[in-house]
Design a binder for this molecule. Structure first.
Ligand SMILES: NC(=O)c1ccc[n+]([C@@H]2O[C@H](COP(=O)([O-])OP(=O)(O)OC[C@H]3O[C@@H](n4cnc5c(N)ncnc54)[C@H](OP(=O)(O)O)[C@@H]3O)[C@@H](O)[C@H]2O)c1
Length: 327
């Protein structure tokens, strides 16, 4: 096309076409051909007595993506929330449900999936993730977090995360999972895994927010066709990120809440995002996403450049997970 004509057309194209505002259920493409809704409800640390109501409220409020995990020990209650939503006429196929394989089940992958499906009351999940690339002793002194007598983590060194992935791949033929993926995979771990895969992970779910942009993982995944889902977008419970100056400036410019900026930061990067809340008014508020322009993103990117790496959520495994020390 004539470059002058291209410029002419661009100048007259309405901004809402060039920069469509993401919505909570904008479908983000996965390498399976399916789509993952841009916003999911997180359920980590959603206590018994709270999580059923929060799941039911979120679905009634329009959420279609729910993030779960065996390790959160609340899947039965999440399932009760889902059942309540189904009673109101929501159909299973309208929802995108993710759950995760816990570390003590790396050698019992289908057994773990079946436990989650039973608790959730589902016949399949849309996405099953390896929660961490770290197998732990399935016969240790605790079913979820086994430790040696000296307090160090009791890892299962008889197997590797590559073996785990092969068991994940085998799940696809059972029809109990629509897609498989990983979580908490650094670039070195992905580089180790990918040459051994028959099926590329559909998703890498990672901690991600302006304190921890993980740009190298986001770029690497983009290059390999792996969708990134961001967790702990508010920095998790108790984080000061909502009060961060750069976040407040962008929020003021767009006349929105800081939370809207922190969620929209991910959709601007092409990632989906998980926001946890058990508070109905916050579940409602978190539905809002906006378009952030380059100057907004530069402001948000500046936060980690000024502060350096800050990591909140990572548990101590006693192994090098391959994440960089400084960003
Ligand atoms: N793959 C993994 O290893 C992994 C690890 C961590 C998290 N995740 C997933 O990602 C989800 C989200 O991460 P997260 O739970 O760590 O933390 P988060 O979503 O960053 O933050 C949750 C905290 O923010 C509060 N909050 C929510 N909306 C708010 C709003 N609009 N204004 C003010 N405060 C608000 C919540 O309080 P209330 O609930 O009291 O309203 C809660 O204390 C998890 O729930 C889980 O599903 C995955």
């Amino acid at each position: 096309m004539n470059p002058a004509l291209g410029k002419f057309i661009l100048a007259r194209t309405p901004s809402y076409i060039l920069h469509p505002t993401p919505t909570m259920n904008t479908g983000m493409p996965l390498n399976t051909g399916a789509e993952i809704p841009a916003l999911g409800l997180g359920t980590w640390q959603s206590a018994p007595g709270e999580v059923k109501a929060s799941v039911a409220h979120a679905i009634a409020a329009g959420y279609r993506h729910i993030d779960c995990a065996f390790c959160y020990q609340n899947e039965e209650e999440v399932g009760a929330g889902l059942a309540e939503a189904f009673k109101t006429g929501v159909r299973r196929e309208e929802l995108f449900i993710t759950t995760k394989l816990w570390c003590t089940y790396h050698t019992r992958v289908e057994e773990a999936l079946d436990l989650s499906l039973k608790a959730l009351g589902l016949e399949y999940v849309d996405l099953y993730l390896v929660h961490w690339p770290i197998p732990m002793n399935p016969k240790g002194n605790h079913p979820l977090f086994p430790k040696h007598p000296d307090g160090s983590r009791d890892l299962d060194t008889s197997t590797t995360h590559i073996d785990t992935w092969k068991s994940m791949e085998a799940l696809l033929s059972t029809k109990k999972v629509r897609a498989i993926g990983v979580a908490n995979y650094s670039v070195p771990y992905l580089e180790e895994l990918l040459p051994h895969t028959r099926i590329t992970p559909a998703v890498n779910q990672i901690e991600n927010h302006p304190y921890l942009p993980q740009q190298e993982i986001v770029d690497f995944c983009k290059g390999k066709g792996i969708h990134v889902t961001a967790y702990s977008p508010f920095g998790s419970t108790g984080s000061p990120m909502m009060k961060e100056e750069g976040v407040l400036e962008v929020a003021k410019k767009h006349s929105v809440q800081p939370g809207t900026v922190l969620l929209s930061y991910h959709t601007a990067r092409g990632s989906s995002v998980l926001a946890k809340s058990v508070t109905p008014s916050r579940i409602d508020a978190n539905r809002k996403l906006i378009y952030l322009d380059d100057s907004d993103m530069a402001k948000l990117e500046n936060i980690s450049k000024q502060k350096g790496l800050t990591r909140f959520v990572y548990p101590a495994f006693g192994v090098n997970l391959g994440f960089p020390d400084k960003q």
